[in-house]
Design a protein around this ligand. Structure first.
Ligand code: ZN
Length: 184
């Protein structure tokens, strides 16, 4: 399933308390109850909350989004829900698409040819020769770098965008700014 992934702009960010993040997102109505998922489903997952549709803007004509688990398929993850992912020990680059788009933070030139991602997450721009961390590139919502990710499952790229209010809720509880990207 495709997903929309939230990540702090500071790639090293990890929360001091994940339950504080969950509580803040529940109070805002983005998260609902914990999904009592079958053991075949990994991770910490939540149903969407009461204010979900005012915190995420769906684009285009009325989407056929499934907002609840299917009663006849209790193990199916193919509906809209949120996963709080485990924190990573080091910064990871998450590729959201075969076709990444990015801009060099120094010369602002566009790079689209990312067949391989350097393991060091450092890249020397072939246009201006300045070396930057991949987390400094503007990936145009096609990829992200970080140690802590919140995934909204069931959203296709550009199908929906988070409101600035939702990003502010994350910023307020974490003390750092957030961005998002799509994984196809
Ligand atoms: Zn450059």
């Amino acid at each position: 399933m495709p997903k929309l992934v939230f990540v702090a702009k500071d790639p090293e960010y990890i929360p001091s308390s994940i339950s504080d993040i969950v509580n803040a997102l529940q109070q805002a109505g983005f998260l609902g109850k914990k999904w009592q998922s079958p053991s075949s489903v990994s991770g910490e997952r939540y149903l969407i909350g009461d204010s979900f549709l005012s915190l995420v803007t769906f684009l285009g004509c009325a989407p056929a989004i499934k907002l609840e688990p299917a009663a006849e398929q209790p193990g199916s993850t193919e509906f809209c829900h949120v996963e709080i992912e485990e924190t990573k020990t080091s910064v990871e680059f998450i590729r959201g698409s075969d076709f990444l788009i990015s801009r060099c933070p120094h010369c602002r030139q566009r790079h689209a040819n990312w067949e391989t991602i350097p393991e060091t997450l450092l890249y020397s721009c072939d246009k201006c020769n300045v070396e930057s961390y991949l987390s400094e590139y503007d990936w145009k919502n096609t990829a992200g770098c970080g140690r802590f990710f919140i995934s909204l499952h069931g959203i296709y790229p550009q199908e929906a965008i988070p409101t600035s209010h939702l990003l502010q809720v994350l910023e307020k509880i974490s003390g750092t700014a957030w961005t998002y990207f799509y994984v196809q």
